[in-house]
Design a protein around this ligand. Structure first.
Ligand SMILES: *[C@@H]1O[C@H](CO)[C@@H](O)[C@H](O)[C@H]1NC(C)=O
Ligand SMILES: *[C@@H]1O[C@H](CO)[C@@H](O)[C@H](O)[C@H]1NC(C)=O
Ligand SMILES: *[C@@H]1O[C@H](CO)[C@@H](O)[C@H](O)[C@H]1NC(C)=O
Ligand SMILES: *[C@@H]1O[C@H](CO)[C@@H](O)[C@H](O)[C@H]1NC(C)=O
Ligand SMILES: *[C@@H]1O[C@H](CO)[C@@H](O)[C@H](O)[C@H]1NC(C)=O
Ligand SMILES: *[C@@H]1O[C@H](CO)[C@@H](O)[C@H](O)[C@H]1NC(C)=O
Ligand SMILES: *[C@@H]1O[C@H](CO)[C@@H](O)[C@H](O)[C@H]1NC(C)=O
Ligand SMILES: *[C@@H]1O[C@H](CO)[C@@H](O)[C@H](O)[C@H]1NC(C)=O
Ligand SMILES: *[C@@H]1O[C@H](CO)[C@@H](O)[C@H](O)[C@H]1NC(C)=O
Ligand SMILES: *[C@@H]1O[C@H](CO)[C@@H](O)[C@H](O)[C@H]1NC(C)=O
Ligand SMILES: *[C@@H]1O[C@H](CO)[C@@H](O)[C@H](O)[C@H]1NC(C)=O
Ligand SMILES: *[C@@H]1O[C@H](CO)[C@@H](O)[C@H](O)[C@H]1NC(C)=O
Length: 451
């Protein structure tokens, strides 16, 4: 009986999957070694959660050469500080004006060359900063935790026609368009860290090293941007598996090391402080972080909590799912991520695969209306009295208009979005996920009705 069902399922597949590799991949998942492979989306799994009873202050303030109450733009005694934030002098033409608190002293370094103007004499009146940080001048003075950022769910999983893909545009386009958190899943196969979706047979987006090399290059070319990485440790591997790669790609030069473990909401510095220090790659690992060994590879769940993943419920309740059992004080003291990727549950025999519901992106990634990202962000803000820090989305470039996810973030941030989106270079040539989504709905329907 079960054999028949699987045969049927594999027979149905070529009809809808235009891509032969895809068909083969799905087939191999269904009939691998003649048995059924059970798949679970890793982000619905749980692991060990770290809970700290006290906060540890790290001996060295590696987080930045900026001392004092750096880059607080408030108050009339602000001094004007000009800094040429040159990453190894690769972009010396770029210069920025940052306002810092009265007595703040910036210490120059080969990473960041900062000099106080007029020998540090406080300026009589505050000067308005015009250099954008993460896209807006207003953000320079804000704490890292006081900004809503768009996060690309499974950022590397860009593969035309694949049901397991989560994005249409690659990581460079994502960053150019304004995504500031990159989330992805890692798998260790043949001693190499790959970026795979659930299984390397289903979707393999290459090595972590290649991916981070691209991102590092982008970050060096954009010295005023803070980028956050959320690494999904599918295999619950020891953190040493990632640290070597981060060093090898050169990203380590840019990695932010927190002054405390763990960092509470109010402990985080301003964007301009991070930018001036050159330490503007924020690294989180979902499971198995060890901040004793690697203080900079931060444990995700002692710094933020997440709403339910991967929702198949379009009302997107703004409840705390992970870490479980968080007390109200800790809920308040940590950042939070709104998971807003709507999935279809592809459920055949004992295979359970969640795939993006691309047919509904115009609603899901929209600014307003039931089920929209905008509505979830509003609901969350009402419930928790502050907006989400991260908005995790699939196919970020689709929505109620192209770039609507950034409009939602801009509204949360009280800034104006220019609506210039998305991925100018790749427009036109790609498969529309909507049509693929419609097909998947049909296939999912067929498969489910058989089960
Ligand atoms: C930047 O400088 C550091 C240390 O001097 C060096 O290790 C790194 O390779 C340099 N990066 C580039 C892109 O030149
Ligand atoms: C400059 O930065 C490097 C690496 O980030 C650090 O090792 C060095 O001590 C810094 N130099 C000064 C003068 O702070
Ligand atoms: C750093 O600033 C000093 C003093 O203004 C200047 O002489 C030097 O050329 C600057 N270095 C870089 C790499 O911008
Ligand atoms: C930033 O902080 C202000 C003041 O507490 C608050 O009104 C605003 O909602 C916060 N914005 C974000 C995006 O956290
Ligand atoms: C791992 O090695 C095996 C045997 O050489 C090979 O068949 C497989 O494709 C490799 N896996 C990946 C993800 O490269
Ligand atoms: C990678 O993870 C495995 C499993 O936790 C561990 O045995 C191994 O030592 C790790 N490798 C490195 C380089 O840390
Ligand atoms: C921003 O961080 C500073 C310390 O770095 C803290 O004093 C301030 O309260 C924070 N602001 C907000 C809105 O959390
Ligand atoms: C974390 O790292 C420290 C220092 O390297 C080590 O002593 C400790 O055993 C590690 N903890 C775990 C759970 O592996
Ligand atoms: C979303 O797209 C579907 C199918 O194209 C359409 O029926 C629906 O009205 C759209 N919804 C919105 C809110 O634009
Ligand atoms: C937001 O709240 C409204 C009113 O309670 C509810 O109808 C809706 O389902 C919620 N979520 C979303 C994403 O619209
Ligand atoms: C967004 O852009 C794509 C082209 O990249 C286009 O096919 C699509 O219809 C656009 N509109 C929306 C609402 O996402
Ligand atoms: C939003 O920004 C405007 C200026 O652009 C300001 O007047 C207003 O007070 C801000 N609102 C909040 C809630 O911060």
């Amino acid at each position: 009986m079960r054999v028949n069902l699987l045969l049927l399922a594999t027979c149905m597949l070529p009809a809808w999957a235009a891509d032969e590799t895809e068909t083969t991949n799905i087939k191999s998942l269904l009939t691998l070694d003649g048995t059924v492979t059970s798949l679970n989306d890793p982000q619905t799994r749980t692991g060990d959660y770290i809970s700290y009873t006290s906060t540890r202050t790290l001996p060295t303030n590696h987080g930045g050469m900026v001392t004092g109450s750096a880059a607080s733009l408030m108050g009339s005694e602000s001094a004007v500080v000009t800094a040429s934030a040159s990453e190894n002098a690769t972009s010396t033409s770029d210069s920025m004006t940052v306002l810092t608190g009265g007595q703040t002293k910036l210490v120059g370094n080969n990473t960041v060359n900062a000099t106080t103007s007029a020998s540090g004499t406080p300026s009589p009146s505050p000067v308005v900063n015009t250099q954008p940080c993460n896209g807006w001048p207003e953000f320079c003075a804000r704490n890292y935790t006081n900004i809503t950022m768009v996060a690309a769910h499974n950022s590397p999983f860009v593969q035309k026609g694949s049901v397991a893909a989560n994005q249409e545009l690659d990581v460079e386009a994502q960053l150019n368009d304004g995504v500031r958190m990159l989330q992805f899943q890692t798998h260790i196969t043949n001693n190499t860290v790959y970026l795979c979706h659930t299984s390397c047979d289903l979707l393999n987006a290459g090595t972590l090293e290649d991916y981070l090399t691209i991102v590092t290059k982008w970050m060096r070319a954009h010295p005023y941007d803070v980028v956050t990485f959320l690494i999904g440790n599918y295999d619950y591997a020891a953190p040493g598996n990632f640290t070597g790669i981060i060093e090898k790609t050169g990203l380590m030069d840019l990695v932010y090391t927190p002054p405390k473990v763990p960092m509470a909401m109010h402990d985080w510095p301003t964007l301009s402080s991070m930018i001036l220090s050159g330490k503007r790659a924020v690294m989180f690992l979902d499971y198995q972080a060890n901040q004793t060994a690697y203080p900079w590879l931060m444990d995700e769940f002692s710094h933020m909590w997440e709403t339910p993943f991967s929702p198949t419920d379009p009302s997107f309740p703004c409840t705390v799912q992970r870490p479980p059992g968080l007390n109200p004080h800790d809920i308040n003291q940590r950042m939070y991520m709104a998971n807003h990727n709507l999935n279809l549950n592809l459920d055949v025999a004992n295979i359970n695969l969640l795939i993006p519901n691309t047919a509904l992106l115009n609603v899901t990634n929209g600014v307003e209306g039931a089920g929209s990202l905008g509505a979830m962000a509003e609901n969350c803000t009402t419930k928790w009295n502050r907006p989400p820090n991260f908005l995790l989305v699939d196919y970020y470039n689709y929505g109620s208009f192209n770039g609507s996810v950034f409009e939602v973030a801009a509204q949360m941030n009280n800034v104006t979005y220019d609506r210039k989106c998305c991925g100018a270079a790749s427009a036109g040539s790609s498969v529309r996920p909507q049509s693929l989504g419609a097909l998947m709905m049909v296939v999912a329907g067929i498969l489910m009705s058989m089960g």
